[in-house]
Design a binder for this molecule. Structure first.
Ligand code: PRP
Ligand code: URA
Ligand code: MG
Length: 209
């Protein structure tokens, strides 16, 4: 069974309150999501491999560590995934970035793929897949199915909020993929929205409500 890590941090809690607030306007939502991602990134990137080498300081040479080649890779589940990937790129500008376009059909709640562009040598990279909302789990499971087809082995998933239903579905479909999230919410409503949640993440980032 894959691990579920709820990233428990006072600043994450504080920023999540702003993100959940229906009165938060989208420019603030975008900025605070980015700041929250910097904090979530600290735990989510803890497993990354580094390679040993040397660096010349102004005083002497020392053994030092750097990200490997090829570098890790961030994958955004469009469109809301970009809200997390923007912040992840801030802390790891060396990362390659891929995009998977998935939209959830509002009637069936099943994801439909409309775009896929992934970095070269993805099978050799450590991959962080990002989507702010793990609701039924359908979009994340479909994204991981696609990444597995492309040979990705080393993979973790980051969300901002998760529903218990989505965690269970993801753990059962992909038991080897560690899950990181900013909070585990109560349940889904009849339309597949996370309760208490924050609404539609894509709409709140891009002001399309
Ligand atoms: O776990 P699930 O039940 O699959 O739901 C979660 C998905 O729904 C949202 O995307 P949406 O389909 O609204 O697309 P968007 O990012 O373009 O707004 C969200 O960003 C996830 O991708
Ligand atoms: O609560 C939810 C569920 C799916 N997608 C969202 O953006 N929000
Ligand atoms: Mg989506």
């Amino acid at each position: 069974m894959s691990t579920l890590t709820v990233i428990d941090h006072p600043l994450v809690k504080h920023k999540l309150t702003i993100l959940r607030d229906v009165a938060t306007p989208f420019p603030t939502f975008r900025r605070v999501l980015r700041e929250t991602t910097w904090l979530l990134a600290y735990e989510t990137t803890r497993h990354l491999r580094v390679e040993s080498g040397t660096v010349e300081t102004p005083l002497e040479e020392m053994t030092a560590h750097s990200l490997p080649n090829p570098a890790p890779c961030l994958i955004s589940i469009l469109r809301a995934g970009n809200g997390l990937v923007d912040g992840l790129m801030d802390v790891m500008p060396e990362a390659a970035v891929g995009h998977l376009g998935l939209v959830r059909n509002p009637k069936t709640l099943l994801p439909e793929e409309y775009y896929c562009k992934l970095p070269s040598e993805i099978e050799k990279r450590q991959v962080i897949l990002a989507d702010p909302m793990l609701a039924t789990g359908g979009s994340t499971i479909a994204a991981i199915d696609r990444l597995r087809e492309k040979g990705v082995r080393n993979l973790v998933f980051l969300s901002l909020l998760a529903a218990p239903e989505g965690v269970e579905a993801l753990q059962s479909a992909h038991p080897d993929v560690p899950i990181f999230t900013g909070a585990l919410d109560r349940e889904l409503n009849e339309k597949g929205y996370i309760l208490p949640g924050l609404g539609d993440a894509g709409d709140r980032i891009y002001g399309t409500e």
